[in-house]
Design a protein around this ligand. Structure first.
Ligand code: UD1
Length: 338
């Protein structure tokens, strides 16, 4: 297939682009590089033995998108591009609404103009909030507790409305749990700008000596060891989930939602210990107050994706820690080292 990938130079986007190229698909990445590096695509090409096309543009740029569709004639789109930092979204909410909603609306309009009928969208388990208890099934109640999460929730609703109005449109909403890990080559991985918000990149930078110690946000949650638990999924498994969803859309129309998770919760301390084991490095940490907005526990019921897509997560947290460490150790400053 010819697949247009927005945000394809980013963390999950680059791993998915690699998986698509390895499976023989043709890929055009549209990315404005606002939070990613084109070096990731050079490395994807080196790993795949063939390259994805690349257009440097914001997805809200209708003229650029129109030209990309006219030139590449994609049969499907995977839409990763978006702003994703929870704390930042509470400071600059309009940027989040403009970028995340605006890009999706422009993309859907341009897809319609070019007769492109399949879209896979990067949603988040953040839409489950604290409205019910995990494990979350796809029909659990949804809502969101911050502007970033609300953009994901609103985009899901936009996609459902557009699919209801157009019986030829095929939509897969993928609700990611916590993506971690890196390609086992250590050539591509997560490269956050500034101080990482998320646990794994922070732990990896402590192990690499770039940060002194980890702050563990809360050890008084109602969980087995008191630290928050999450469903950490290897990014290579996550990428495979996108290919499975894309395959499903080839012979199923309508609107679909799937969780992409493992179903297995791990605590912050489980991750620290797994990382220590994988890297052989001790991770100094200190317990700090809870981070505002954090939930005690979030993990998937992954059965629907298993039965409908034939997809399941295969790789362990230990494998993900080893892969993250390999990436971080070889690229202490991420793609800036290239
Ligand atoms: C966060 C976002 C979520 C978003 C996801 C992907 C929040 C509240 N949630 O998920 O909406 O979809 O990232 O980007 O920001 N932790 C520490 N010390 C750290 C960092 C994290 O103890 O330095 C703990 C957290 O308290 C949590 C766990 O590690 O228990 C995972 O945190 P993180 O990696 O930030 O992911 P989420 O909060 O689950």
């Amino acid at each position: 297939m010819r697949v247009l990938v927005t945000g394809g130079a980013g963390y999950i986007g680059s791993h998915t682009t690699l998986a698509l190229l390895k499976e023989g698909h043709d890929v055009l990445v549209v990315d404005d590089l606002s939070n990613s590096s084109v070096e990731s695509l050079h490395r994807v090409a080196e790993l795949a033995g063939r390259e994805a096309g690349f257009v440097e543009a914001n997805v809200r740029d209708e003229a650029a998108l129109d030209a990309a569709f006219a030139d590449f004639t994609p049969e499907a789109v995977i839409h990763f591009a978006g702003w994703k930092a929870v704390g930042e979204s509470t400071q600059i909410p309009l940027v989040y609404y403009r970028e995340n909603l605006g890009s999706t609306i422009t993309l859907l309009e341009v897809m319609a103009q070019h007769g492109c009928r399949s879209i896979v969208f990067s949603s988040s388990a953040t839409v489950y909030g604290e409205l019910s208890e995990p494990p979350f099934t796809e029909d659990a109640p949804t809502g969101a507790t911050n502007p970033y999460g609300r953009t994901k929730h609103m985009i899901e609703q936009i996609l459902a409305d557009v699919a209801a109005a157009d019986d030829q449109l095929r939509v897969a909403v993928l609700r990611y749990f916590n993506p971690i890990g890196a390609d086992e080559s250590g050539r591509i991985g997560e490269d956050p700008k500034g101080i990482p918000n998320n646990l794994l990149p922070f732990v990896a930078q402590v192990a690499a000596g770039r940060r002194e110690k980890l702050m563990v946000f809360g050890d008084d949650y109602p969980t087995p060891d008191g630290t928050g638990t999450r469903d950490y999924i290897h990014v290579v498994d996550l990428a495979a989930g996108h290919l499975a969803a894309l395959g499903h859309l080839q012979d199923h129309d309508g609107y679909h939602v799937w969780n992409l998770g493992t179903g297995q919760p791990s605590s912050v301390l489980d991750i620290v210990h797994a990382f220590e084991k994988a890297s052989g490095v001790t991770i100094p940490y200190e317990v700090a107050p809870r981070r505002p907005g954090d939930v005690a526990s979030s993990f998937a019921d992954p059965k629907l994706a298993q039965t409908e897509l034939g997809w399941r997560a295969e790789l362990s947290v230990e494998q993900a820690c080893a892969d993250t460490h390999r990436w971080q150790a070889a690229n202490p400053n991420g793609f800036a080292d290239a």
